[in-house]
Design a protein around this ligand. Structure first.
Ligand SMILES: Nc1ncnc2c1ncn2[C@@H]1O[C@H](COP(=O)(O)OP(=O)(O)OP(=O)(O)O)[C@@H](O)[C@H]1O
Ligand SMILES: [Mg+2]
Length: 282
C-alpha cells in the first residue's frame, strides 16, 4: 500500500511538471538569468530591474527578481518589508533555498527574493567561504526552470556579490545614465565581465546597454546617446528610458510603474524595452 502511494505521488509530480511546462506562456522555454549591473551608483539599475521584471510579469511571463543589493531598494520599491525571515543573505551564506525566501506582491507572476542590510555582511563572509563565486549559481540553477526570466539587481560595486551574480547569469543588462561621465567605470565593468567569462562562466553574454534618464531638451543627453552607441556598437537597446517623474515616485508607493501609472511616459518606455528583450530572446 505504502509503495502504491509513493508511486502515485511520483506520477502526480511528473504530471504536474508536464502540465506546468505545457501551460506556461505558450510554451516558451527560457529560464534566462539576467544581472542588472553597473558599479556606478544611481544610474537606474533598480528602477530598470523592478520595471522590466514587473512588465514581463504583466505580460504573463513567470519572473523572479533577486534583490542582491544590501540597500534593499528593489525590495522596498515593491512595497515589501526588509524584515522577512529569509533573504538573499541566507541564500548566499546559509543553507536556505530560494523558494523559502519568496515574497509575493500584487503581480501574480512576479516573485521576489528580498534583501536587507544583513547582505552587506555577506560580502565579508564570502571571502573565506567554500565555492564562494558559485553560491548564487548553485541555488538559482535549482529554480531556473520554474521561471521565464530571473533578474538580479546588483549593488553599485564589483565585489563578491556582483561576481556571484555574474557567475550565475546568462547575460548582463547595463543601465547607463544620460549624464556627464556616463561611461565612467563601464570599461572596468566590461573587464570584470571578461574575467568572469574566462574563469567562472564561459557563457556570460551582454544583453545590452540601456540608456536611462534621457532628457530630450539637453544637448548632453543626445551627446551621451551618441557616445554610448559608439562605445557599445550594436549592443545598445533602441529604447531609451526618459527622465520621468512618475518613475521616481512609484517606489515610494511600493509599486512598479505598470501598476502606479501605466499610461505614463516611463511605463510606455519600459514596455517598449521589454518588447525588445522578448524579441531578442525568442
Ligand atoms: N527614468 C527615470 N526618471 C526619473 N528618475 C529616475 C529614473 N530612473 C531612476 N530614477 C531615480 O534615480 C534614482 C537612482 O535610480 P536607481 O535607484 O534605479 O539607481 P541604481 O543604479 O539602482 O542606484 P544604486 O547604485 O544606488 O543601486 C532613484 O531615485 C530613482 O527613482
Ligand atoms: Mg539600486
Amino acid at each position: 500500500m505504502k509503495k502504491m502511494i509513493e508511486k502515485c505521488n511520483i506520477f502526480i509530480d511528473i504530471l504536474h511538471f508536464f502540465l506546468y511546462h505545457i501551460t506556461r506562456n505558450g510554451g516558451t522555454e527560457l529560464g534566462k538569468i539576467i544581472s542588472v549591473a553597473n558599479q556606478k551608483g544611481g544610474v537606474g539599475k533598480t528602477t530598470t530591474t523592478i520595471n522590466v521584471s514587473a512588465m514581463l510579469a504583466k505580460k504573463n511571463k513567470k519572473v523572479l527578481l533577486v534583490d542582491a543589493d544590501p540597500q534593499g531598494n528593489a525590495t522596498s520599491g515593491l512595497g515589501l518589508g526588509k524584515d522577512s525571515e529569509f533573504s538573499t543573505y541566507d541564500v548566499l551564506i546559509n543553507e536556505v533555498e530560494i523558494p523559502n525566501t519568496i515574497q509575493k506582491i500584487k503581480l501574480k507572476n512576479l516573485d521576489v527574493c528580498p534583501a536587507n542590510m544583513s547582505l552587506a555582511g555577506a560580502e565579508v563572509e564570502l571571502v573565506s567561504a567554500v565555492g564562494r563565486e558559485y553560491r548564487f549559481k548553485d541555488k538559482l540553477d535549482k529554480v531556473k526552470d520554474y521561471y521565464d526570466y530571473i533578474f538580479i539587481d546588483c549593488p553599485p560595486s564589483l565585489g563578491l556579490i556582483t561576481l556571484n551574480a555574474l557567475s550565475a547569469s546568462d547575460s548582463v543588462l547595463i543601465p547607463v545614465q544620460c549624464e556627464y561621465f556616463a561611461l565612467e567605470g563601464v570599461g572596468e565593468l566590461l573587464k570584470t565581465i571578461e574575467l568572469v567569462r574566462k574563469y567562472y562562466n564561459r557563457n556570460l553574454t551582454i544583453e545590452g546597454a540601456v540608456l536611462t534618464m534621457y532628457d530630450a531638451r539637453t544637448n548632453l543627453s543626445n551627446q551621451v546617446v551618441k557616445e554610448v552607441n559608439k562605445y557599445f556598437e550594436n549592443r545598445v537597446f533602441e529604447t531609451v528610458i526618459p527622465r520621468n517623474v512618475r518613475l521616481s515616485e512609484a517606489p515610494s508607493y511600493g509599486l512598479p510603474i505598470v501598476l502606479y501609472d501605466p499610461m505614463s511616459k516611463g511605463a510606455r518606455s519600459y514596455e517598449k524595452l521589454v518588447k525588445e528583450i522578448i524579441k531578442k530572446n525568442k
